[in-house]
Ligand binder design. Sequence first.
Ligand SMILES: [Mn+2]
Length: 304
Amino acid sequence: MPRDLVVVGAPTSAGSYAPGQEAAPRVLRELGLIDRLRAAGRQVRDAGDGPLQIWAPDRQHPRAQNLAAAVRAVRTVADQVAAAMDQDADVLLIGGNCTIALGVMDALIRHDPDAGLLYVDRHFDLNTPVSSIDGALDWMGLAHGLDLPGAAEPLAAAFHRRPLLTPGQLYLLGMDPAAATPWEREQAQLLPLRWAPHTDLAAAPDTTVARALDALPPGALAVHIDVDVLDFTDAPLAESTDGRNSGPSLEAVAGVLDTACHDPRARVLSIGELNPARTAGHPETLTRFVACVTNALRATAAAA
Ligand SMILES: [Mn+2]
């Protein structure tokens, strides 16, 4: 039998540029995600949501806005994922900001020191409050997991070990170097990080994800997707509108998630930066996304 699936919501836009992503867990549940997962053969337990956090400007900490809230959300995720691991369950985590992937990895590494993270995103998320001026923590997550110079102390220190992550545990898919800061490009080279660009993901999704999975460590695997990797013209789901007419289609990403989540190491799928308001004029995009997630997590004969 496939493992039980625990669904957790992280309704936080504390690290965002504006509100929106906090609504994703509610909207995906309203679209019947839980029932669809059950119809796809999974035993599902809905563990509910962490704290509801709606972005507001933080004028006291302009370069690391809403830091205490972001840490609280990440710690809650870590506890929820740890509880699921203790029960030998898989996890679907619906964010929220991409910082939630750090909470996943805190729990997963405690469970299995050989854990790995497949990070599907348009951005490296290697910024710090020093390297970028906008103060949005949602594109600073991996910098804090890796404890890069300039990282904000409370977030870098929020985990059971520091640094939480090593470069060898990571593979990034969908990067757009043109959307990276000079600091991020330099760090990606120095660490070094393994990554593939959004052009590869669009042109050859199957071989690109296979190469990434081959390179990841043998232990438990977390798959994280920031929906801003998608071509915004094909699937307008993300906070960021950078991806107009560039990046993989939702169909290509569905194949990538299907492959990655059916890897025998896979334990957690987390979804970041989905802003349901982006689909107001095009609601079928959300339905397509729910189908993509359901397909990725469906029970298969191989998992039985
Ligand atoms: Mn991103």
